[in-house]
Design a protein. Sequence first.
Length: 91
Amino acid sequence: MRKGGYVALEAVGLVITALAAQTVIRGLLDRDSEVLWSILDWVPGSLTGRLILLGCIALVGMVAGGWAHTRQRPNTGRAGDSAGSRDQGTT
């Protein structure tokens, strides 16, 4: 996948996570509100089932965005990784 694809996947994961997490929080705080305008009425378990589904969707978006973020620059080292400094100082 090209760098643009990773950037797009990271952005989509971020948006999905933000929207799903906001809806879960709103559903927890306001029990009388319609979760996503009744789009998820087919989910069994009433409000609890809908909030669990939205939490799973937020988790998948977060994992996809994080995976894409780590794959954008595979040549850079991560924090605490000494692989980048191994060859320094050798002639």
